[in-house]
Design a protein around this ligand. Structure first.
Ligand code: FES
Length: 91
């Protein structure tokens, strides 16, 4: 249920649910949360279901954060293979 998913999220991520998370494709934050709640457990699955991240990819980190929060209590971390490659602390 979407309410259960929302309860797993930090309060700040439950704000502005009816605003675009993905501005490239007009995808609402609540639609991404709902897609994850319905089983989209990777960035690719969220993209296929909602088209979020399918523009220039600028919302990937936001989607990844939602995936991390909503899959927190599962044993595996299915998003691990899709880690963002940007290293904020290059050697
Ligand atoms: S905001 Fe989602 S791909 Fe650009």
């Amino acid at each position: 249920m979407i309410e259960d998913a929302l309860n797993k999220l930090p309060e700040i991520l439950t704000r502005d649910l009816e605003r675009n998370l993905c501005v490239c494709n007009d995808v609402l934050r609540i639609d991404v949360i709902q897609a994850i709640d319905e089983g989209a457990d990777t960035l690719e699955k969220v993209r296929q279901k909602t088209y979020a991240t399918d523009g220039n990819g600028c919302c990937k980190r936001q989607v990844q954060r939602l995936l991390e929060c909503l899959s927190e209590d599962t044993e595996s971390t299915p998003i691990a293979s899709e880690n963002i490659t940007h290293d904020p602390f290059p050697k």
